[in-house]
Ligand binder design. Structure first.
Ligand SMILES: [Zn+2]
Length: 238
């Protein structure tokens, strides 16, 4: 259902998006171009939805860096002194120029898309169950499903919880899909890069924030979060 709604919204924009991406990002990746080519293909293959999702994330992260630009350059207020300059977090994929705009030539959407896709692969259940031992026996999570890096739920569970909005209501409609988390969010590594980003559920992302380390998140909260979300699903089903 969510895909259908999203598709409806995106489909009307798919043509300009395709041309725009082609021009601006100088796409050479054949598979990428092909998958943008028809709506039918979008409906057929899951990874085509991933393109849409990746492009939404891409834009939102650029927007976040533009906010940082504004923060860094706002006029200091005497009562509220300007804090230390913030670091840009998305500059591996897009740079912000001195006017606060992203430099189109530096935007690397195809690279970002491929990195996200690789991360979905790396987080298949059979890759993650060594760390997330509690998901081994789950009947709801199949071997080939991609799972939250910290708690191990799949996106099917998240979608069900999302559709039953009263059970786990989130602000700004977050929750149905995996989000990007910076594993290490302290110090110089606080960037979205191939080695520092993982996919995780809204609940883990929100809980971890930039306070809890990824190791502590796994050690202390992963299994509890899984149990919590599994119980919520049972409540819906019963
Ligand atoms: Zn999670």
């Amino acid at each position: 259902m969510i895909e259908k709604i999203l598709l409806k919204r995106i489909v009307s924009k798919i043509k300009p998006l395709s041309i725009e991406l082609e021009k601006k990002f100088k796409i050479e990746n054949k598979e990428f171009l092909e998958s943008l080519s028809t709506i039918k293909k979008m409906e057929e293959y899951n990874h085509d939805l991933l393109i849409i999702r990746a492009s939404k994330i891409f834009k939102s992260k650029i927007a976040a860096d533009r906010k940082i630009f504004k923060w860094n350059n706002k006029i200091p207020n005497v009562k509220k002194p300007m804090k230390e300059k913030k670091e840009y977090s998305f500059e591996d994929y897009s740079k912000i120029d001195e006017n606060g705009k992203s430099v189109k030539e530096s935007e690397k959407f195809p690279t970002f898309y491929n990195d996200i896709k690789a991360q979905y692969e790396a987080q298949r259940k059979h890759h993650r169950e060594k760390d997330l031992t509690w998901i081994k026996k789950s009947r709801h999570i199949h071997t080939n499903d991609s799972v939250c890096y910290y708690c191990g739920v799949n996106e099917q569970i998240l979608k069900e919880l999302y559709n039953e909005g009263e059970v786990c209501k989130t602000k700004r409609n977050r929750g149905a899909w995996f989000e990007l988390d910076r594993k290490d969010s302290k110090g110089e590594n606080n960037v979205y890069s191939k080695d520092n980003m993982v996919l995780c559920c809204y609940f883990c992302n929100n809980h971890k924030s930039d306070v809890i380390s990824s190791k502590d998140m796994l050690d202390y909260f992963g299994e509890s979060m899984y149990n919590y979300l599994s119980d919520k699903i049972k409540q819906i089903s019963s």
